[in-house]
Design a protein around this ligand. Sequence first.
Ligand code: NAG
Ligand code: NAG
Ligand code: NAG
Length: 474
Amino acid sequence: MGTHRTGPRYCSPLQRLLPCLLLLLVPRLPPSRSASLVTHLPGFHGRLPFHLETGYVGVEEETGAELFYYFVESERSPGTDPLILWLTGGPRCSGFSGMAFEVGPLNFVLEPYDGNLPQLVYNPYSWSKIASLIFLDSPVGSGFSYAHDPKGYDVGEISSSLQVVTFLNKWFSDHPSYISNPFYLGGSSHAGKVIPVIAHYISDGNEQRKEQEINLKGYILGNPITGSDFVDFNSRVPYAHGVGIISSQLYEAAIENCKGNYVIPTNRMCDEVLNTFNSLISEVDHGYILGDKCAILAPKPVNDDVVRDRFLLEENIQLDPSPDPTINCFSYRYYLSNIWANENRTRDALKIKQGTIGQWVRCIKGFPYTFDVPSSIEYQLNLSTKGYRVLVMSGDHDMIVPHLGTQAWIRSLNLSIVDDWRAWHVDGQCAGFTIAYANHMTFATVKGGSHTAVSYRPKQGFSMAQRWLDGNHL
Ligand SMILES: *[C@@H]1O[C@H](CO)[C@@H](O)[C@H](O)[C@H]1NC(C)=O
Ligand SMILES: *[C@@H]1O[C@H](CO)[C@@H](O)[C@H](O)[C@H]1NC(C)=O
Ligand SMILES: *[C@@H]1O[C@H](CO)[C@@H](O)[C@H](O)[C@H]1NC(C)=O
């Protein structure tokens, strides 16, 4: 609890005076914006045990594009705790995914759907115990975000990253008491590709003082895509070999025939090897190789090799399952979320503007999206010299972005090791392995973790976040 729970935020407490004064000196942003306090949610018994605000922030005037967010205040010390903007992958998975399936305060009760509203409970491993969290429906078209003009839905990695920066500038100007809190970006999968880009623009903006300064301290990436196919996807072959999905013979044939390129085969032999590889890995859930293989939406047909990496990306984000998954599937929760979010009483409780979107889907396809950042690695290289803290975590049972590829690009930054590879522990048990590099770069595996690293290991994920955010060793 605390003094920050209710009512609008003012700059009255003394310690908040400075940021407020600074704010007065920078160009005024037009006031937006709708923010609503949400105390109850359908399916959740009683009053929410955390402070939830939802709202919209306009990010593009010409098209009337507005991004929808969920803001959960830290349950510890919101005045000083970090603030994390959490993005989800896809592209175009809803921020609600982060809220209910990754690090946020809600969990669906895993019960067969019987026509009644799916039930929600509090997630005891919510990162909101130690940090304030913003879950953003970005880019436009995700979740409840929308544009008046259809052109607003046509975005890419660069333009949507700039819109996130616009969102932040406006959000902070509406929530000035948070300007001084340590600020972090975080997210998984494809979000891991745009987060360094967003960090780059924030860093640039701070250097040029275009807007009020954003107190960016660093970022957290979970099983991040970098955009470099040879880094992200080549490692699936050695990974599948290491965990016993493909034979040593096939692995050797791949090395011999594909010459280090397992993404786009350049000869017939390699093509054959990769066909066998693809048929073997199709036996398992790519995002969590121990899990049951569950229904996923059939990927779009692919016409050319250039889009193959996108195809791989889209295929694997566990798009909204069709036909419906069975209850043994993790994705059954996604199915429940699609029912829950489309109930009128849910929309009313979240203060969704009428007529802005039709059907809500957890991860939506069909809007244009341009992959215009070739690789996030150069951004990270530049950022790593500027003092930002970085935590990269890899669920070690993910074959979509295997930890091997992630380790490879981190090594390519040539940072010296400051704390060599070792186990990290929770409750006296190994929870994964970690290595720390110079320039505040920490890598950690989450033992038994999936593509969204902490979804299957919430307790371990929470401990990791707490230690890292508090500035301790894992
Ligand atoms: C939900 O609200 C919309 C718009 O007001 C209405 O058309 C629809 O029938 C409602 N659905 C239910 C299940 O009540
Ligand atoms: C990285 O920094 C170099 C040198 O300042 C600059 O030329 C380059 O454009 C930067 N790259 C990115 C992606 O920001
Ligand atoms: C890292 O070191 C290797 C080997 O010395 C070199 O080829 C590469 O360019 C270096 N990369 C960076 C980012 O400095």
